[in-house]
Structure formats: C-alpha cells, structure tokens
Design a protein. Sequence first.
Lengths: 293, 299
Amino acid sequence: MRKRYFGRTALFIITAAFALLFLTPTVLTITNSFMTQSEIAANYGMIFDMTRPGVGTYVADSVNLKLMPDIITVDQYATVLFRSPEYIGMIWNSIILVVPIVVFQVGIASFAAYSFTRYRGKFKNFLFFFYIVLMLMPYQVTIVPNFLVADWLGILGSRWAVLFPGIFAPFSVFLLTKFMRRIPTALIEAAKLDGANEWQIFVKVCIPQCRSALYSIAILVFIDYWNMVELPLILLDSRDAQPMSVFLSTINAEEAGIAFAVAVVYMIPPLLLFLHGEEALVEGITHSGSVKG
Amino acid sequence: MNTRVKNYMRKLNKRQRETINGFLWLAPSLIGVGIFYIIPYFSVIYYSVIQSPLNPNFVFLDNFISLFQNRAFMDGASNTLRFSLMAVPLAVVLSLLLALILEAKIPLKSYFRTFFLSPLMVPVASVILIWQVLFHPRGAINELLMFFGFSGIDWMQSDQSLLVVVILFIWKNLGFFMILFMAALSNIPKDILETAETEGAGPIRQLVYIKLRYLSPTLLFVTILSLINSFKIFREVYLLTGAYPYGDLYMIQHFMNNVFQTLDYQRLAAAAVVMTLAMIAIIAILFLAENRFGRDVEE
C-alpha cells in the first residue's frame, strides 16, 4: 500500500513539473510585457539586434530570461493601444479575416452537416468521404488550387482570396456531421409528427442539440485562422493587409520593446474564448473521436 | 391499378423530393468547395502534365521528373518527412502517457488538463519571442547547460534546430491529443478491466492487451491529426527563423513559397499532385494498419 502511495506521489510531481514547463512560455510572455523598454533592450537586445548590428544602445553580453520585471510599467500597452495605430491596424486585419471565416464556415457547415445527417445514400456517403479526404490535405496542396481560382476571379492579393477558401474549408462540416449524427432519430421523428418542416427541425431541434459542438468548433476554427501564416503570405500581396500572426515574425530591433505587449494583446481573444468555453471545447474534442464513420 | 400507380408515384416523388431537399441543404457548401477547391484542382492536374500555359503540349511526366531532380524540393520534402517521423510518434506516445497518468486519480486533475490544453489556445506568434530567448546561442537554455558544465549549442543554426521545432510542436499539440485519449480511455468497458484484474493481469498487461486495442481508433485519429498538424509546422519555423532558415528546417512550404514567387505553374502543380498522392498513400496505410490491429475488439 505504501509503495503505491509513493508511486502516485512521484507521478503527481512529474506531472506538475511538466505542467509548469507547459505554462512557462505563456507566463513569461505576459510578465515580460510589463518591462520597461530599456530593460527589454538590456535583457534581450542581442536577439533582436542580430539582423541589424549596432542599433541597440545598451546590450548585455548574454540574454537574460527574467520572470519578473525590475520595474513594472504599462507603458508598452499604452503605445500599442493608443500611440501607434499600425499595431491596432494589424490586429484589425486579423479580426476582419478571422471573424467572417469562423461565422460563415460554421454556418454553411451546419447546413451541410444537416444534409449529411438527414439524407443518406451511396452518393452522399461518397461525398462525405470526399470531404474527409479534402480535410486531410495539407495547406501545401490546397493552396495551389486556392491560388489559381483567386487568380481567375481577379481577387488575388485582396482579402477575398483568403476569406473564400477559409469559409469553404471542410473541417467544420466533418466535425459537425459527427455531432449531428449523434442526435437521437426519435427526437427528429417526434418533431416531424408534430408537423415541423425541415427548416423547423433544423432550427428548433438540431441546432439547440449541437450548441456546445458549434461553440467548440467555432473556437477551433478561430484559433487555427488566428494563427494563419501560409495563406496570407501567399495570397495577400501588401504588407499592410497582413494579419498580426505574420507580422510578429518580422519584429526587429526598434520594435523589440513593444513586441511582448503586442504579443499579449494578440493572445487575449483566444485566451478569453478558451477560459469561457473550456468545458464546451473539451466536450467537443472528446466527441470528435475518430475519422471513421 | 390506378391507386397502385398513384402510390408508386407518390413514393418516387417523395424519394426524389428527399434527394433534392438533401442537395439543397448541401448546396452552399458544395458550390463553394467546388469553386475554390475541386474545379481548380482539375486544372492543377492539367498544369502538371503540360509544358506551360502558353505552350500547352502534353508532356506527361516531364514536370514530375524535373521536380524530383530539384534539390530544393527534395530537401524540403525530406526535411518535412524527417520532422514528421520524429514529431508524430513522440506526440502520440507522450500524449497517451499523459492521459494514462491523468486517468489514474491524481489530485488537481482538472487544473492539469487546463494547463496542458492552454498552449492550443495561445497563438504561436505570441510566444515566439520567448522561444527565441530560450534557444538563442546565449539564451536561457544554454546558460542552464553551461551552469551544469556542458557547452552551449547554437540551437537554431545546427542539427539541433529540428529538435527545437519538435519540442514546440509537442508543446502546442499535446493537450489536444491527451484529451482525445482520455475520452477513449473512459469509454473502455469497466467490467473487462475488472475481470482482467481479478485474474491477475497487472497494469502493463492490461494496457497492452486491453486498453491499446480499445484505443486503436483513437490512435489512428490522433496519428492522422498530428500528421496533418506536422505539415503545418512551417508556421512555427517561419515565425522562429523567417523565410531563410537553417538547412535542416527548410520545409516543403518554403519551397512552395519560393515557387509561388516565380509563378512556375508547372512546378507548383506537379508538387501539389505529388503531395496529394503521398497523403492519400499515408492515410490509406494508417487505415489498413488500424483495421488489422483493432479487428479483435470490433468483432
């Protein structure tokens, strides 16, 4: 008995250490965002100076990772939010790309999922299988047809070139169909007996039954596109239209002081979604189960 | 006679009505997928076998041969594959281990779940600065190594760079996979495990002979998911090292970016077709393997 207790304690300690390691990058980013500009230059100047030597004023000879800043300031945030409109502009670029993609992808997918749930046949099954194959294709494959069609339609370089492929991406069709197929048929039959038409069954039975699924899928789609790099890099031409996710990779010496604050502002929307919807998200992931059937 | 025909008609009409109705619901999605994915994909296939858009002679395999002779493509492909071969098994095993640990009743379980899941929601772009600080030649990890008497490593400019990206991948994906495994573990019938225990099977034999079999669909799912995600690693590499990384980190997406800049349609199309075939082959193999392994349980 004692041996077992000992083993469990060891497991707990290992897991806790692992969990702390997992939190470290996020926590460090947040605490470092409250540093003064000169402290950041002193601690990390080396890294961001690499591209253009000689910019930094005072640079330590090694990089000091610090958990807590010496002086806490919200000055960087003030700069990001009020003094330099370009950062807000970049975040706005992210928002106007990601929000329509999430809303329309999930909306259109819920119609498609309803179709795959209610009407089945050989051809429908084949189509569903086709959606799965398409979902499994990496960006490196799908971006070529996306690019060609954007070129034909004359929308290459504009936001539409990113928006359309995002809206019609098959990911949420697959997941939502899995959820809708779990709704008991009896429920739908009962609604039918009560004289509900297809639209009413969809709105009053299927959608409420899938509420947490819709929420968790929306969160997953949101985070995927909030992080996007490949699509905007190739399909958008001007630097001004690039979302924050692309911009953060090009941070240089002059912006280093502010980078942490920008990074934190950028992680706030997904973190809020996560904290608010963790249960739904876990439930959603849980029931996504397997790719078969 | 008349009523039979009428009934038949009504039946047929109902079925037709259902078919039409079904397609109406699917139409918005299907039209979009058709326009933005399927129709242009046919022209991708077309481009892959012609000489050039201006000179559309059928050249069959020439584009593919020149693609396979292209060093950048081969480097990108082999690096991507090497990364996937390292990252996918590691992510699957680690997340399964973690799920097994969290399944044994340890305290603060729900907090741990949140902690492990949180990297999923933190944009990589946001934490990339910290990763740069950690793995800089004079950064935190090297300081730690030197403190213990080892010599530092130039992480991002050496053969260890792939390892850094693997760690980043695991950090990002572990929580998601862990939850999938936890769900599958809780679905294993309890009575089977109890029977095994009373008959003297230890935890390891229970894991190998019972749990893994029941987990096999989830194993397949997690493997495929992590494979897909491993192809997205370009994001992390790009954010860490920009468009021109150390040789080991030159991914297939870097190659695609370069070809997009020269607008060499043949090369792009051939690369897309090759990758499609490779993906389909890999997924088919995984499905077959799972069918074999999980068969005993499903029967």
